[in-house]
Design a protein around this ligand. Structure first.
Ligand SMILES: [Mg+2]
Length: 371
């Protein structure tokens, strides 16, 4: 891989808040707004951007906006500002910091964007992506009623999404799947529990095979591998781990233990693009395909996901919806759109999107500048 080093002259952090078009409900809560931190790195005439996927509360993971801010200020900014580096230097020099993968990923991604812009190549090419377009699926939050869910599925199928994922939890699971399957017997369907079940539910979860799902996503504890491997032996539906796959080492262990047959790769959750590339390799070597998961990103984070979804081990539709699905208006000038169930990575250098600065600054809660 071509590795150009560069000096970062200025770092900006923006805490922003964007309203979702509608609240997103999962087994662990309801989100009404996207509050996140966008990172801007300047090097000469080049600008690179990254986005944090942590949320306000430590519900999806222990990381929050505030834990990330503290890591940025205390460790990453002193490491990056005025230094000659590239994404690999950053990866190596932050490897002593335990945890905080979302904070690491946000910074590393901004460095990748800058790096690709230096090379004047689109990011997906720089990281070795081989697909020219990316297959897209949709993840539907828990709805007020099954009828509403069915209407939703109809709408998304009409829009062209190539896989439907519904969120399940105890009390909103088999009956719902039953009705959905009755309505749509053949669609590519998956169910995501976001770790809502316990090992005591294993006997009940064996019913999942009736619904012909592409896979069952993260049924058990968010850190578990062992009980997932037990469950996998009792069902023919492949398990796809999400929350449990914290990095490339855990992913390899989970595959070898038989706890996961499919990988949900969230670059933010595993610590960035370099870890994602490792996971791509591990998946290929172990015949375990993957897809890219979403964290309701703005157009910036979405760009990274589209680029990473061009990697060769991505063999299932990824959760990369159109911008308009989540936001009344995205913070980028040209929103992400889907055509016939596919999205194309941008041809411009880096992530290839421009921030709509006038709109962006209306959404900024706070800005920090480091020079
Ligand atoms: Mg998930």
């Amino acid at each position: 891989m071509d590795l150009e080093s560069f000096k970062v002259d200025e770092i900006r952090l923006w805490r922003i808040k964007l309203e979702y078009r509608e609240p997103f409900r999962t087994s662990f809560g309801v989100e009404k707004c996207k509050e996140t931190i966008i990172i801007g790195l300047k090097s000469g005439d080049y600008y690179g951007y990254g986005e944090l996927v942590a949320i306000r509360e430590p519900s999806y993971s222990y990381e929050t906006l505030d834990t990330a801010l503290s890591i940025f200020k205390e460790y990453f900014i002193p490491l990056v500002l005025k230094k000659e580096l590239n994404p690999y230097v950053f990866y190596n020099e932050t490897s002593w910091i335990r945890g905080h993968p979302m904070a690491k990923a946000a910074f590393e991604m901004a460095l990748w964007d800058l790096h690709a812009k230096y090379l004047e190549k689109p990011l997906y090419e720089v990281i070795g992506g081989s697909r020219k377009k990316v297959e897209v699926g949709v993840s539907i939050g828990i709805q007020d009623s099954v009828d509403r869910l069915i209407r939703r599925i109809e709408e998304y199928l009409e829009e062209g999404y190539r896989r439907i994922k519904i969120k399940i939890k105890p009390g909103w699971d088999f009956e719902v799947l039953e009705k959905v399957r009755r309505e749509f017997p053949d669609i590519p369907l998956t169910a995501d529990a976001n770790a809502a079940y316990t090992k005591e539910d294993i006997p009940r979860l064996t019913n999942i095979d009736k619904y012909n799902l592409l896979y069952l996503e993260q049924p058990l504890y968010y850190w578990d591998i062992y009980y997932h491997s037990i469950l996998q032996r009792k069902i023919s539906t492949p398990i796809c781990l999400d929350e449990s796959l914290q990095n490339s080492l855990v992913t390899e262990a989970a595959i070898k233990m038989g706890a996961t047959k499919i990988i949900n790769l969230k670059p933010g959750r595993v610590g960035g693009i370099i870890e994602s590339l490792h996971i791509n390799e591990i998946g290929l070597k172990n015949n375990t395909p993957m897809w890219i998961g979403g964290m309701l990103e703005t157009g910036i984070g979405r760009s990274f996901n589209v680029s990473i979804a061009t990697l060769d081990n991505v063999k299932y539709p990824s959760d990369i919806s159109e911008s308009r699905r989540y936001y009344m208006k995205d913070i980028i000038t040209e929103e992400w759109i889907m055509e016939n169930g596919f999205m194309e990575p941008r041809k411009e250098a880096g992530i290839g999107v421009e921030i709509d600065w006038r709109y962006f600054y209306k959404k900024v809660l706070k800005e920090w500048v480091f020079r």
